[in-house]
Design a protein around this ligand. Structure first.
Ligand code: UD1
Ligand code: UDP
Length: 370
């Protein structure tokens, strides 16, 4: 049986690889999961929900890991697996350091790489950092590029990638989201009651990007307090990423506020419930910019650039940066303008119909002659 390595290590990669893992299990190919565990707890949450048992768990994560140290440990640990197992193909997803290291090691072993979520670009190597470069390097190594949208495909063609090696598939995050909504509906509704928020009476926030650490993040935290001061009926729900660089700022600024509910990172299921029930979302997350349009949830993006212009074009997302006054102004405007709100809240999903995994696996069968 042909062996396909699935290499991933962080929460979003695991969510987006889960549909591929299950599609491969139902095929005549053997998925071999190499979980780098670049994230530990946040990865395990996803592995549990989607019932994925890693064949190799490299247990890489260290507190406050630096990029060079993380990269070098990833390369040598993934290499040990490739020295032991002979793979026919490797799949990597997205733009994390696990993605880049996984594709590099596959290349050293002359195993062809398929890049899932290929072709996203901001054209600014420091935004997001280091993801823009991770995905470009992965694109250089990959033999096949699974682009979520036509726009992503165009980016690849501009870089000289051969059209015949690019397949437009939609994003596997939509597969995962639809599966979650369909199979876990009852639990989804219950979660909001547990934390005592009602539909539409809170803003949902997440923030974690490296380029936002420090001043940009503390500006946004101050903006949140300004917004709450102007809106006495509003609450804020904030599941805080486990990165200490993020937690220090968020807790220092917000832990005393009575209408801010700070939570540990949530399992995907309750998180989907919180997205669905929120008034609007403030985030610098990549994955949430893809999920929010599918849920028709207005999203203000706390970044200078986005590699997901489709969400902005669809009208559900708007780039607002991290400057305090701008964040306050844009959020209050949206809350105070029913017309603008209604426009943004139209469900529009530029990221596919939830058939991305099926398309990728069917392509893989052709490539491997299965
Ligand atoms: C990583 C990815 C980023 C992705 C994000 C998704 C890189 C360089 N960054 O960023 O592209 O958007 O994941 O969330 O690949 N930690 C824990 N437990 C966990 C996870 C993290 O304690 O389960 C803490 C550790 O102290 C760790 C730190 O967070 O050292 C940073 O984790 P790391 O994966 O290096 O960076 P992220 O900011 O999570
Ligand atoms: N998510 C989650 N629990 C949380 C916050 C986010 O399950 O508490 C999900 C979210 O729905 C999305 C993914 O995690 O699918 C995004 O992860 P993150 O923002 O950490 O990374 P990014 O997408 O920016 O790389």
């Amino acid at each position: 049986m042909k062996k396909v390595a699935l290499i991933f290590g962080t929460r979003p990669e695991a969510i987006k690889m889960a549909p591929l893992y299950h599609a491969l299990k139902n095929s005549k190919m053997q998925p071999v999961v190499i979980a780098t565990a670049q994230h530990r707890e946040m990865l395990d949450q996803v592995l549990n929900l989607f019932e994925i048992t890693p064949d190799y768990d490299l247990n890489i994560m260290k507190e406050r890991q630096s990029l060079p140290e993380l990269t070098s440990r990833l390369i040598s640990s993934i290499d040990r697996v490739f020295a032991e197992v002979s793979f026919d193909f490797a799949l990597v997803q997205g733009d994390t350091t696990s993605t880049f290291a996984g594709s590099l090691v596959s290349f050293y072993h002359k195993v062809p790489v398929g890049h899932v979520e290929a072709g996203l670009r901001t054209m600014d190597i420091y935004n997001p950092f280091p993801e823009e470069v991770n995905r470009r390097l992965t694109g250089t190594i990959a033999s096949y590029h699974y682009a979520p949208t036509e726009e992503a495909m165009k980016n690849l063609l501009k870089e000289g990638i051969n059209r015949k090696n690019v397949l437009v598939t939609g994003n596997t995050v939509i597969d995962a989201l639809l599966w979650t909504l369909e199979h876990k509906k009852n639990d989804v509704q219950k979660f909001r009651e547990d934390i005592n928020v009602g539909k539409g009476d809170y803003i949902l926030i997440t923030m974690h990007r490296r380029e936002n650490w420090g001043k940009p993040m503390s500006q946004v935290m101050k903006a949140i307090k300004d917004i709450l001061a102007k809106k006495p009926e509003l609450k804020v729900v904030f599941p805080v990423h486990l990165n200490p660089a993020v937690r220090e700022i968020v807790y220092a600024e917000l832990k005393e506020h009575k209408r801010v509910i700070l939570l540990e990172p949530l399992d995907y299921l309750p998180f989907v419930s919180l997205m669905e029930g929120s008034k609007l979302i403030l985030t610098d997350s990549g994955g949430i910019q893809e999920e929010a349009p599918a849920l028709g949830k207005p999203t203000l993006v706390l970044r200078k650039t986005t590699e997901r212009p489709e969400a902005v074009k669809a009208g559900t997302a708007k780039l607002i940066g991290t400057e305090r006054t701008k964040v306050v102004e844009e959020t209050l405007r949206l809350l105070n303008s029913p017309e603008e709100y209604k426009e943004m809240a139209k469900a529009a999903n530029p990221f596919g119909e939830g058939k991305a995994a099926e398309k990728i696996i069917s392509h893989l069968k052709n490539v491997l002659g299965v």
